[in-house]
Design a protein around this ligand. Structure first.
Ligand code: RUB
Length: 307
């Protein structure tokens, strides 16, 4: 349990972050917990697996990859402890392999849409979006990137380090410079924390501003998302919760204390409506946002009764 608690804490404090990495870390935590779990009955086994699943899911509310990963990794049908344990180990490993393969496939598929000479804008730090950019560059395309800072946690710094490691010419800009530079950009590529059944994207706060600016300037807006970023529970009407983080990520609490009439809001994500999205690059191919429902039905093993 201690190791699961540590993983949960790392996700909560964002030491492990990004929807894909969170999902993999949760699957690993469940697998290792199941492997070492000592119980005397199947009831106890089920209760303990449920307890750690709930703990992991409670760490961050927005990235649907987290509950999807937990559900897929902790799946078992056997009614004896040893077989159920082996099923969880197998399913968690399958999920982890699927996640790694998905990033590769998204890179290959998405990079075919990148032209030689393209200038790409990206936001925050998405491994799926970066997979497209680095695959295109490694295939010999002469590209360059605008990367936003992504306040308040500045994940853009991770992105520029990653791009720099590949030798990709990169320009760091503040979030408010997105529209100013959009005229110089050919394509916007962002990742996803969740995609709703209606094709709307949930991603790092400010993503919808990139989408609006791209739309206005008639630039292509691509989303890079593994199929486990699609949200099954949106089909039955559950909204995607937007995480609101602490004010101290934005302002020194000592300063805020002196300002009794000021409140701080710090949503971590926003919604981009489907009509601003040109394509979603997934591990099963490039799809229009309107196909989100089909992805959920056919690739996430979704059943109405389970929700
Ligand atoms: C990260 C973020 C990323 C998506 C996709 O937010 O919004 O764009 O999670 O990332 P945070 P990936 O830093 O708050 O977790 O493609 O790596 O899954």
């Amino acid at each position: 349990m201690q190791k699961v608690k540590e993983t949960a804490e790392k996700i909560r404090t964002m030491e492990i972050r990004g929807a894909g990495r969170i999902a993999k870390a949760a699957a690993e935590a469940i697998r290792d917990y199941a492997a070492e779990l000592e119980v005397t009955s199947m009831e106890e086994f089920s209760a303990k697996i449920k307890e750690v699943s709930d703990l992991l899911i409670s760490t961050r509310p927005t990235a649907v990859s987290l509950p999807n990963a937990v559900k897929l990794a902790s799946k078992y049908s056997s009614d004896n402890v040893e077989d159920a344990r082996q099923e969880i180990i197998k399913n968690a490993n399958l999920f982890i392999e699927r996640a790694d393969r998905a990033l590769e496939k998204i890179g290959k598929i998405g990079s075919r849409r990148i032209q030689d000479g393209d200038v790409i804008m990206t936001h925050c730090n998405s491994h799926a979006a970066l997979s497209i950019i680095t695959t295109a560059f490694e295939s010999g395309k002469d590209i360059s990137v605008y990367s936003t800072e992504s306040r308040p946690r500045c994940q853009g710094i991770l992105t520029i380090r990653h791009l720099n490691d590949f030798g990709i010419p990169t320009t760091l800009i503040v979030d408010s410079a997105v529209r100013y530079y959009m005229k110089d950009v050919d394509k916007v590529i962002v990742g996803a924390d969740a995609i709703a059944a209606n094709g709307a994207l949930v991603n790092k706060i400010g993503t919808s501003q990139l989408a609006l600016a791209a739309h206005e300037a008639r630039k292509s807006f691509m989303v890079a998302a593994e199929t486990f970023k699609f949200s099954p529970s949106t089909i039955v009407g559950n909204p995607i919760e937007i995480e609101e983080r602490d004010a101290e990520e934005i302002i020194d609490p000592a300063i805020l204390k002196e300002l009794p009439h000021v409140q701080v809001r710090n949503p971590a994500f926003d919604f981009t409506p489907a009509e601003y999205i040109d394509m979603i690059v997934t591990d099963i191919g490039i799809i229009p946002p309107a196909m989100a429902y089909t992805v959920i039905k056919e690739h996430l093993g979704w059943e109405l009764g389970e929700i």
